[in-house]
Each structure stands twice: as C-alpha cells, then as structure tokens.
Design a protein around this ligand. Structure first.
Ligand code: GLA
Length: 591
C-alpha cells in the first residue's frame, strides 16, 4: 500500500501520449477525439467498488471518467493531509477500466459537497486573489498538483485535461485569481489542456473564462442554444459540455427530484449530433457518506436547504451500481460513437433482515467522555472557534433571576438546537424550517442548555462559507446572556468511548447499538421506521444522516463495509427513538 508521502511516480506505466487542441477539435496522438465522459467522484464510492462502477461506465459507451478533488476531505486541518492516495488509486483503476480521466481540482468544486470542498478552517476572502486565501490554496495545490501531473497522458497516465476552479462566472470576476490558479497548474508540471466550465450565458462565460484556456459549458437542457453560445464566445475551440445534468440532487424535507430517462437521452443525442464533447453529470453519483453532504440557500428566500445523504442523482448507474432505464437509453446513444463491452453483473444484495438494538448510551451524561473539557466564553463560540468541522456543540448559559418569562432568542442558529431548561427538553429549534432568529419562552433564574447540530455547509451561492453553531448570540428578550460554557462533539467518525450499557430505554438524544450476523457480505439498504433524525455507523464507518422528513428513507450500506460474522451498527438518534429494531432491506427507497 502506498502512503501519502511516498514519492509521486509515473503511475500509468504505459507509453507517453499526447492530448491536444488543434484545428477546433480535441486530438489524441494527432487523431480526432470526442470526449464521451461521465462524472463519478471517488470520494462518494467505496474504493472496493470503483472497478465495478468504472466497468459500468465503460459499458455505457464512455471513454473518460471525470472527478472533482475535495480539498476539505484531504486537508482536514491546515497542513495535515490524508487519503490523497485515493486519487492515485482511482485514476489507476480508471486506466485499467480503459477510461481516460478529467480532473477538476478546484480549489472550489461546488458538487453538493460540504462547503463546496473548501475546508471550514480556510480564512481570507474565499475564491479571490486575497493573499490570505491564496496562501492556503498554494499550500494545498503544492501537495495536490504534482500528483495530478504524474497521472497525465503525457507521462504515461490517463489524465487528458484539468479544470481551473469551477463555474467561476457564477460567482465572481476576479480574473487574477483564475490566472493564479492556472499558473500554479502549469508551474506544477501540468502540460495537458486546461479548461474552465461555466453556464452558457454571456456574463458567466466572460466572468469565468480565461484567455488562452479552453472554455466549456455546464447545462441540462437546450443543448443547441448552449453550443451556439460557446461557438460564439470561442469560435476556434472545440465545443464541450463539461456537465450535462441528466438528473438532480435532493434536499431534506423536499420531494425527490427525478428526470425522465427518454428526455435526458434525447438531450444527450442532440448534443452529440451537434458535434460536441460531453461529460455526463453524474454518470454514477454515489453517496455523501459521513458529513460530506452540502447544502443550498434558496436564491430568492434565503431558506436553508440541506442536501440528503444519497447522491444517487437519478443517474444512469444508480447509487448501488445498478443499470437503470437511463443507462440502457444512454448506452444506445453512446455506442453509436464508441463501441462498448457488456456491463458487468450487478452486485449481490443481502436477504432482508432485522437488527435488534440491544444497548444504549444517553448523550448528555456521556459528554465528559465524548467531548473536550468545557470552556467558558463571553459569547457563544461558533463550531469554527472550537476547531469543529461538523457534529454537536453543547452550550450552557444561566438566565439570571428572579424574572418573568421572556423569549430566549438564539440569533444565527445553524442548524438545529435541542433546548433544555433546568435539565428538561422544551423545544427543538430548527433553522431549516424557520428564520434565523429562534425563540422559546423561559423564566429566570434558569439553566439553559442548547445541543446544536450542524447539517451540511452551503456549497453554492453568496452564503457559502457560513459558520455553524450559534453564530449570533443568545438573548433573553433583548439582553445578551454572557458566560457561555461550550463543549464540542465531533461526528463523522464514531466518537470513541461511547459508554454503552445493556437495554434501550434511553431517551433521545442517545446512542443505540446492535449486531447483525452476515453469512456473505453484500449490499443492503438500512431503514429506520419510526426513528427521527440522526447518524448511523456500520462497523465504525459513518453512512451519513437520516431524517424522517424524507424524501430519503433508506441509507445505502456498501457490501465492502460488512464482514462475515458479526457486524456492529450504531445509531445516534437526536430527536426521538423508534422501536429498537431496524431493517436491512433489499431495495433502496429514496422517496
Ligand atoms: C454545477 C456545479 C456542480 C454541481 C451541479 C449541480 O454545475 O458545477 O458541481 O453542483 O451544479 O449538481
């Protein structure tokens, strides 16, 4: 196994080739080449399943796979790097599957990924040439880009092209920032074509593209208009759709979004008939494991919309790797341009089963073992002040008294708070459904506790980079309450040392634990009927969030997480536990 710090070498081992832009087209070793690409994010798929998913993509008729690189996954704390070898191994797996690759290293990636891929600790003016922000980007790129360069087709690898930023024209006009990124790429030895990707609108293309760098477009419909706009902006360039949105993602509490397969296939067909290259977004979406899911803000109302755990995306290859109707129709179109092998067999699924939860641990009494020592702050610290990316922060503050009942107001709550008054839970404040100012009536004197949970960080639009926790203040009527004790519980990884005891009488918020025997590991879909809202870990791996508001009803459990024999399932239920029996189902239910 290669470690993160091993020297970067030529990964491909095959001969050196050339990918260029000439006479208005892409050329592979001088021959005309049409990019038939599909998006799949290595960080949304269990590594043991990459080769199956890549074989499915190849069988759909694609010749290339495209992936983003999420900075926040790989640099969780400034200067601390992890899991970079996954990008190397993914690109190598793609090469073995007979696929070229496109890499989109950001630093901002959008992608419904937490904070658009930017680490929550990043400071400075995001996505600009602010020296403070660029210093972080430069340090990260110095780590990342030589690895990408080592996989280029010009060095025997399979990387054909590298993207500069992501839809920058939907954000800003700081061309110096884009130029800085492109220069960093060239300076790190990236010698394949660079490109930008923007909405096919004049203002987006003029804000987001760079002279001398290929401009591509992102869209889901009206392909001929988009092709026309690109041709007008870049008369001498090949026309490429860098994201053809053939499905969409879902938000908690909103109906599931799907796209008709035949209609999506006809858009693909029109685009290819117009001579364009394509990257199908997503060919295979996968899962927002852990705390990876991002969030949106409604661009008109500002409402906060957290993204669900599944990133199935209604893609041709489903979250669990199965071919869909869209797969068959897309294959018919794509194989007119590129012959394809038959798809590999679908991965097996476990027979249906129930899992009895037999142990529990109430959360609040366990805080001393789960969280760092309590620290007192004059005003409530945000998650970022505590060095916390995601999870829970427990705040405690005193309301002086005696005094009559007034609204206890939490300003800038992100995202949900369980409110306790003198040890009794009195409310759940939820900025998902309400405004930013949350209130509950409290007399004094009283001890108020808030257990605040973060959901995804906004990954798109002007409110990207928002802080989590109590980001304003805690007031009693108009009066700020000072002297706030705070304790942070990171989630994502299962917190170590949960003090489980036999029995499941514990009231939420609490951890619950059970075991399931498996004869032969295979995929399954975990359902929690009657449960409220929380997190699930399988053998210590966090599947992500669940929530009774839907639309997603089951969580995908990749077979490689299971083992023959006993398997541990841990649930953190924050709202209200159901019966201590959960289900493993043979089919997904995404709403
Ligand atoms: C844009 C972004 C992608 C993704 C899609 C929507 O095109 O570039 O990262 O967020 O929207 O799925």
């Amino acid at each position: 196994m290669r470690l993160d710090d091993d020297p970067v070498t030529n990964q491909g081992g095959s001969s050196v080739r050339n990918f260029t832009i000439e006479d208005g087209g892409f050329r592979l070793d001088g021959e005309e080449f049409r990019l038939l690409s599909g998006a799949m994010h290595y960080f949304r798929v269990h590594p043991d399943q990459w080769s199956h998913r890549l074989a499915m993509m190849r069988a759909m008729g694609l010749n290339t796979v495209e992936t983003y690189v999420p900075w926040n996954l790989h640099e969780p704390r400034p200067g601390t790097y992890r899991r970079l070898d996954e990008l190397d191994r993914f690109l190598e797996a793609a090469a073995r599957a007979d696929l070229h690759a496109i890499v989109r290293p950001g630093p901002y990636i959008c992608a419904e990924w937490d904070n658009g891929g930017l680490p929550s600790w990043v400071t400075g003016r995001l996505r600009t040439s602010d020296p403070e922000f660029l210093a972080h980007v430069d340090r990260w790129f110095a780590r990342l880009l030589p690895r990408v360069a080592a996989h280029q087709i010009t060095r025997g690898g399979n990387v054909l092209m590298v993207q500069v930023e992501n839809e920058y024209g939907s954000y800003g006009t700081d061309t110096a920032y884009l130029r800085h990124l492109a220069d960093a790429m060239r300076g790190s030895g990236i010698d394949v074509p660079l490109f930008t990707a923007d909405g096919p609108e004049d203002h987006m293309l003029t804000g987001g593209s760079l002279p001398g760098v290929l401009a591509t477009a992102t869209f889901g419909s009206d392909p001929l208009r988009a092709v026309e706009v690109l041709r007008r902006h870049r008369p001498g360039d090949p026309v490429a759709c860098m994201e053809l949105w053939i499905g969409w993602f879902d938000h908690w509490g909103r109906p599931r979004v799907t796209r008709d397969a035949a209609e999506a296939a006809s858009v693909l067909e029109q685009l290819l008939e117009a001579g364009a290259s394509v990257n199908i977004y997503m060919a295979h979406g996968g899962t927002n494991f852990g705390t990876g899911a991002g969030a949106n803000r409604d661009l008109e109302t500002g409402a906060y919309l957290p993204t669900v755990t599944s990133y199935d995306y209604d893609a041709p290859i489903s979250e669990h790797g199965a071919p869909t109707e869209k797969f068959r129709l897309f294959r018919d179109v794509l194989t007119r341009y590129n012959p394809a092998p038959e798809p590999p067999p679908a991965p097996p699924v476990l027979p249906p089963a129930t899992v009895r939860l037999t142990e529990s641990a109430p959360l609040l009494p366990a805080l001393p073992v789960l969280a760092g020592p309590p620290v007192v702050f004059p005003t409530p610290p945000a998650f970022e002040d505590l060095g916390l990316d995601h999870g829970l922060v427990h705040y405690r503050v005193e309301v002086p008294g005696p005094r009559e009942s007034y609204p206890l107001v939490v300003d800038g709550l992100r995202d949900r708070a369980h409110v306790y008054v003198d040890g009794v839970r009195v409310a759940v404040l939820d900025s998902v459904n309400e405004t930013e100012h949350q209130a509950v009536e409290v007399p004094g004197p009283a001890t108020v506790e808030l257990l605040v949970e973060s959901l995804g960080r906004v990954n798109y639009g002007p409110r990207m980079g928002e802080r989590k926790g109590v980001t304003g203040g805690i007031r009693h009527e108009r009066q700020y309450l000072h002297g706030v004790t705070a304790q942070a519980v990171p989630l994502g990884d299962l917190p170590p040392g949960v003090p489980f005891t036999p029995g499941t009488v514990a009231a939420a918020p609490a951890f619950f634990r059970g075991e399931v025997k498996v004869d032969e590991p295979a995929d399954t879909f975990l359902a929690l009927p009657g449960w409220g809202h929380g997190y699930v870990w399988v053998n210590g791996f966090c599947l992500g969030r669940y929530w009774s508001v839907g639309p997603q009803r089951t969580l995908y459990v990749p077979g490689p997480l299971l083992r023959t024999g006993d398997n541990e399932i841990v649930i953190l239920e924050l709202d209200a536990a159901g019966d201590p029996v959960i289900e493993l189902r043979p089919e997904p239910d995404l709403g």
